[in-house]
Write a protein that binds this ligand. Structure first.
Ligand code: ZN
Ligand code: FE
Length: 736
């Protein structure tokens, strides 16, 4: 008897075939394994064939995931051996793996004096290393990556072609003989940049025997210790780095980068060091040490000056490339590691661009000659009890691959997302692919990145959309782009898309009560929505309640400066205590768009309560409210709920209790929870929570605790970065 399996899932480019090969050899089975367009085909014969599937399931390579297995019993063919076969026509639509942090086995080799890759800064294997960021075209083969220019040496080639080796078909495989190298660039006194790598090759007793790059890393570490600002090339772009414990260095970075307040992420040598500086929950620790190595938002224990002013959170992460690990051999303090970019622009991925744009920010660059083809930022996540939410889906997670059922399998849909925190999504052949985080489309640089990502995804997935779905906002750059294409277009309301993204993640059907609390989004009535209560299903939505509308005084500028808008809404007796009272009163008469945005409500309360003068960076007021929330304060304001939810009393409350941050923050959160509870009592429906305001850990945790049947996005970002998925979901579920 011969067994034939057809296995689907993430089973290509993750070391699946070698694992099958090893197991077959061990069990003395004959037959073959083959990558085909329809998945991995395995045929086996031999006495132990019944043991095969269980053994395979117990020994799956870490990145592999089996989704379906088709099984057949066939007539014996009497194979004489077991082999890995190669398909003639490689399918163009195999999925592309995200980049993965360097694995334990590679690290062990890297720190082993007798290994040929001892201290080698580009060590990787089938289970780890760059993927998406080095791919130019498919299939995922070395010749289609930026590793093409490095010709494999004989020894690497042996590993690459040996199915029993853990680097079998690891496309970025390399070593000192044949791989990329590091180089150090330094800004000279005349402002010109020079490659000083040769000069660093001093004979050091420690590294004498090696052809290693280690002296370059040692040099950069020394500069960081001296308080310099350096740029280090990672997987998907450059980080700006300095000693996080040196106040002067951190302030200098803030000054040069013109970023006075916004928190910086920090990289730590290991989890123990993180625990010295932060309070971690079990879930935090799990996220930080996961193979994706995202930035995790955690609670501060020790205040480091200038890292995250005012708030009680740090964004922390662990090393994820060999270079990071080697760097931490020389330093024992946390480092600032923030994306190298000009504010709001995409992360910089080559040193020429870095020098052009950030020459005045950095002193030294640790560069290398393995090109980054596709930029990819660090991911950002946050734990919510035993679960987590994704704020930025990028390195380690994206391109994110989600299975789905399409009504029309031949249809190819492109969702182009929102304007802030943009991402794009593709749908084809029963799957949805979410791009890495693109960012705010407010600059030419980010718009280029948006268009480049669309081109890249069309090429990598052999994709040409029949339909484009975009937002309704006529001024969103993504909408403008979509409307210029000669394609069939659908426009989906922003907050409906947020709700659909949740339904998509859990494959939900039927009616739901959706609370979408957000920054801003274009409403069907031309007003700016953002504090919405909908009844939604896969096809449409009904707006049953919304927060009371107010004039968005200052338009877009109100986001940074909520003062006039806030004071204009106060009762006279409170308003007159504010110095902008007269101005606010006059501006109230001018024409401004109406909004029900919950994000702006948070800003106004933070301002009126005295927590902020201005909203220095997006999300600041939300994080302050979280910081000051005190669970022992049970007080709340019972807002009147009609079609409109009248929250105005809490504005007066904040003004009246100005300075009592704990009281104001707690009453705000409690009152919102009360609204959600009250409304949900009137409807016997499961609840969806969506929109940027739910990044608020306190608010989301309390909702989870106090409400039944609650759904919110976890893997898919619950902020605007998830909107492209919601758009796609609508396309998949509706007969278009
Ligand atoms: Zn590895
Ligand atoms: Fe939104």
């Amino acid at each position: 008897m011969r067994y034939r399996y057809l296995i689907n899932g993430i089973v290509q480019g993750v070391g699946f075939r070698p694992t099958v090969y090893k197991i077959a050899k061990k069990l003395n089975l004959k037959g073959f394994v083959l990558n085909s367009g329809g998945g991995v085909v395995i045929e086996i014969e031999g006495e132990n064939k019944d043991k095969f599937l269980d053994t395979l399931k117990q020994n799956l390579p870490p990145l592999a995931k089996i989704e379906t297995i088709k099984f057949e019993k066939l007539k014996e063919k009497n194979y004489s051996s077991f082999e890995i076969r190669y398909s003639k026509n490689t399918q163009k639509t195999t999925s592309i793996s995200p980049d993965i942090a360097v694995c334990e086995e590679c690290l062990k080799e890297m720190f082993d004096k007798n290994n040929k890759r001892y201290l080698y800064p580009f060590i990787n294997c089938t289970n780890c290393g760059p993927r998406y960021t080095i791919i130019k075209d498919i299939p995922y083969d070395r010749k289609n990556t930026s590793m093409k220019k490095f010709k494999m040496c004989d020894e690497c080639y042996k590993e690459y072609t040996n199915p029993l080796n853990r680097r079998y078909h690891a496309e970025p495989i390399s070593c000192y003989e044949c791989g990329p190298t590091l180089n150090v660039k330094c800004k000279m006194e005349n402002g010109k940049w020079e490659n000083i790598s040769e000069k660093l090759k001093v004979k050091s007793e420690k590294w004498d025997e090696l052809k290693s790059d280690i002296e370059k890393i040692e040099f950069i570490a020394k500069k960081i210790k001296e308080g310099k600002i350096v740029a280090i090339k990672g997987l998907g772009g450059f980080h700006l780095v300095c000693d996080a414990t040196q106040k002067k260095a951190v302030n200098e970075l803030r000054k040069r980068k013109k970023r006075p307040f916004k928190p910086f992420a920090m990289m730590f040598k290991d989890i123990e060091t993180i625990k010295k500086y932060c309070f971690l929950t079990k879930e935090d620790e799990k996220l930080i040490t996961s193979k994706e190595k995202p930035i995790v938002l955690v609670k501060k224990k020790i205040e480091l000056n200038g890292i995250a002013p005012d708030i009680d959170r740090y964004g922390v992460f662990l090393p994820y490339t060999p270079v990071h690990y080697l760097l931490f051999e020389f330093i024992d303090f946390p480092i600032v590691a923030t994306s190298a970019n000009i504010s709001d622009e995409p992360i910089i991925r080559d040193s020429d661009e870095l020098i052009e744009k950030l020459s005045s920010v950095v002193d030294y660059i640790l560069d290398n000659n393995r090109d980054i083809i596709n930029a990819c930022d660090d991911s950002v996540v946050q734990s919510i009890g035993e679960e987590y939410i994704t704020m930025r889906c990028a390195r380690g997670y994206a391109p994110l691959n989600v299975k789905c059922k399409m009504k029309n399998e031949k249809l190819k849909i492109l969702g182009v997302g929102a304007n802030q925190k943009n991402t794009i999504s593709l749908a084809f052949k029963n799957k949805v692919i979410l791009s890495p985080h693109i960012g705010d489309l407010g600059t030419i640089g980010s718009l280029e990145y948006f268009e480049r990502t669309i081109k890249t995804f069309r090429r990598l997935y052999d994709f040409n959309e029949d339909i484009i779905i975009c937002d309704k906002h006529p001024l969103y750059e993504s909408t403008k782009w979509a409307l210029k294409q000669q394609k069939k277009i659908f426009q989906i309301q922003h907050h409906f898309a947020h709700a659909l993204a949740v339904m998509f993640e859990y494959d939900l059907k039927g009616d739901f009560l959706a609370f979408i609390f957000d920054g801003t989004g274009y409403g069907d009535d031309g007003h700016i929505w953002g504090g919405e209560v909908f009844i939604v299903n896969r096809n449409n939505f009904k707006r049953i309640h919304h927060f009371r509308e107010f004039k968005l005084i200052g338009g877009e500028k109100a986001i940074k400066n909520p003062s006039n808008m806030a004071v204009s809404l106060l009762d006279e007796e409170f308003a007159k205590n504010f110095k902008n009272y007269t101005l606010a009163k006059n501006l109230k008469k001018a024409t401004f768009p109406l909004t029900s945005s919950m994000g702006r409500i948070f800003d106004m309360i933070a301002f009126l309560g005295g927590m902020i003068e201005r909203n220095e960076w997006e999300g600041m007021s939300g994080l302050l409210v979280e910081k000051y929330y005190n669970s022992s304060i049970k007080e709340y304001i019972d807002f009147e709920i009609d079609k409109e939810i009248d929250f105005f009393p809490i504005l007066n409350f904040a003004a009246k209790h100005k300075g009592d941050f704990e009281l104001i923050s707690s009453v705000l959160i409690n009152s919102i929870i009360n609204v959600i509870k009250k409304i949900s009592k009137n409807y016997d429906l499961p609840i969806i929570l969506g929109g940027g305001v739910f990044q608020n850990k306190t608010l989301l945790s309390l909702c989870k605790e106090r409400l039944k049947n609650v759904y919110f996005n976890k893997k898919i970002p619950l902020i605007d970065a998830g909107v492209s998925v919601g758009q796609i979901a609508w396309g998949i579920w509706n007969n278009i």
